[in-house]
Design a protein around this ligand. Structure first.
Ligand code: GDP
Ligand code: MG
Length: 264
């Protein structure tokens, strides 16, 4: 009887990891670190860069949007500013994404993971037709997980934290995919304060009360809504710079996919 699942030639399709998050949250650095980690485990991922405006990529991408669309030229040609240039570049790329899918599919027996880095500004991807097209193409072909990267060091204010979580929540409902919250930059600040806020409504309310003398009913109601979101949320603390938390990260990825496949 053959051992199942062991070795790189196992027949399971690769898992697609879609990395989203606010500008500067550390998406690109995390993709770099995940790539290095997988290489060190003899499981090189297939890496896709979807940010047309990134100057230097700290990892070797198998597919790089910048090879296909030159965002500066797109700006000139269509008379656009930087944001319009990025959105239009992604739109142009999305029209050819079927070709990208063919490349990824060719590699599906050799890579266990497909890592996708997305544009710096999150809304370019999450609130555009092209982002939706790309997400749906990937998720309909591979087991996929959305990783929402949060800058923990910039989320120590309870209102900022709540805004960030509302955004994460909206992405969960928009993509309806397995979802992981990666609390990044734990080398600057431990993420335990945030985990505590998510686990204990009272502690979060106390933090809110300290922040503002007047906490509106809306804020309270929203945090009750988020309580529901938190209860099923997978959270992992990582440092993309140090590379800590990555083993746990991959455990959460597997769990998220397994649970999703059991449910649907
Ligand atoms: P992106 O816009 O989401 O792709 O963010 P980047 O990966 O470009 O990172 C933005 C900034 O945050 C850079 O200066 C990174 O060096 C820094 N950064 C990313 N991850 C970490 C981390 O885990 N710890 C610390 N201290 N800085 C980080
Ligand atoms: Mg980036």
């Amino acid at each position: 009887q053959a051992a199942a699942g062991a070795g790189s030639e196992s027949c399971a399709p690769p898992v697609c990891v879609l990395v989203l998050g606010m500008a500067g949250s550390g998406k690109t650095t995390l993709v770099q670190r995940l790539t290095a980690h997988l290489h060190s485990q003899n499981s090189p991922p297939y890496v896709v860069n979807l940010d047309p405006a990134v100057r230097e990529l700290p990892f070797a991408a198998n597919i790089d949007i910048r090879d296909t669309v030159k965002y500066k030229e797109v700006m000139k040609q269509y008379g656009l500013g930087p944001n319009g240039g990025i959105v239009t570049s992604l739109n142009l790329f999305a029209t050819r994404f079927d070709q990208v899918m063919k490349f990824i599919e060719k590699r599906q027996n050799t890579s266990q993971y497909v890592l996708i880095d997305t544009p710096g500004q999150i809304e370019v991807f999450t609130w555009s037709a092209s982002g939706t097209i790309i997400t749906e193409a990937l998720a309909s072909t591979f087991p996929s997980v959305v990783v929402y990267v949060m800058d923990t060091s910039r989320s120590t204010n309870p209102i900022t934290f709540m805004s960030n979580m509302l955004y994460a929540c909206s992405i969960l409902y928009k993509t309806k995919l397995p979802f992981i919250l990666a609390m990044n930059k734990t080398d600057i600040i431990d993420h335990s304060f945030a985990v505590e806020w998510m686990q204990d409504f009272e502690i979060f309310q106390d933090a809110l009360n300290q922040e503002t003398t007047y906490v509106s009913n809306l804020t309270r109601s929203m945090s009750l809504v988020l309580d529901e979101f938190y209860s099923s949320l997978k959270v992992v603390g990582v440092s993309a710079v140090l590379g800590t938390g990555l083993d746990e990260f991959f455990v959460k990825v597997s769990e998220a996919i397994d649970e999703y496949e059991r449910e649907y």
